[in-house]
Write a protein that binds this ligand. Sequence first.
Ligand code: NDP
Ligand code: 8X3
Length: 253
Amino acid sequence: MSNVVFITGATSGFGRATARRFAAAGWALVLSGRRLERLEALRDELAAQVPVHIGALDVRDAEAVKQFVADLPEGFRNVRALINNAGLALAPVPAQKVDLADWHTMIDTNITGLVNVTHAVLPLLLQVGKGASIVNLGSVAGEWPYPGGHVYGASKAFVKQFSFNLRCDLQGTGVRVTDIAPGMAETEFTLVRTKGDQAASDKLYRGTTPLTAEDIAEQIYYVATLPEHVNINRLEIMPTRQAWSPFAIDRDA
Ligand code: NDP
Ligand code: 8X3
């Protein structure tokens, strides 16, 4: 029976690169995201290599998530790795200027969506037991505050603590949990954050060397395929050319 990896947000960025990485290693793929045409293109690309099951799925919809998992065909139920990757940042402006709907969208996707999928897939992971993995996509923003981070960073702090707490409850089951926390990586992330401002996205990544989606996919594959007695709790990864800044001080003019 093939090992199965279940990836949310497989239509772009880290998720798509992770699908390709696991396919190269012979894992069967369960790929989800909202954009069906992108899932179909990825299935067409990878189906000659490994079995692929796709589904248009909004992780915010708990019932749809539950049904998608319940309907997984035989051959795709042996889920050994769950990659909770679907997520987004919005509103790169000060908190006092944010549209409340953007805060709700981040909470609904990065927190509620992640727990919806975890709750639905956990029984399958427990059946595999030893060697199974949950890999949650956190962020450096979950550890380090920065202007405009408001709810995005807070949602990723949730991902970190939820990952750690899951570890406590899953102790003895063999199921591992990791919070992978990348820094700046060039994907569609900034395009989404700026609601389609390609120039702003290009400007952020210009003149430096951001992480790539493939860099993170390699780390995800690494933590999910370590010997079964090894659990990476949290893996924080920055580009070499990114680091912290001094504290900001408000001064009299
Ligand atoms: P992308 O925007 O390239 O990909 C995001 C993915 O999430 C897409 O496949 C998108 O699919 C999916 N997604 C968003 N909302 C939903 C939803 N409601 N239901 C299902 N899928 C959804 O960004 P990245 O690849 O960079 O981001 C992946 C993860 O990594 C996110 O959790 C992000 O917060 C995190 N991250 C990113 C960093 C970066 O600098 N790029 C750094 C640290 C963490 P679709 O739109 O088709 O639904
Ligand atoms: C995304 C990375 O640096 O924009 O999580 O917060 S950063």
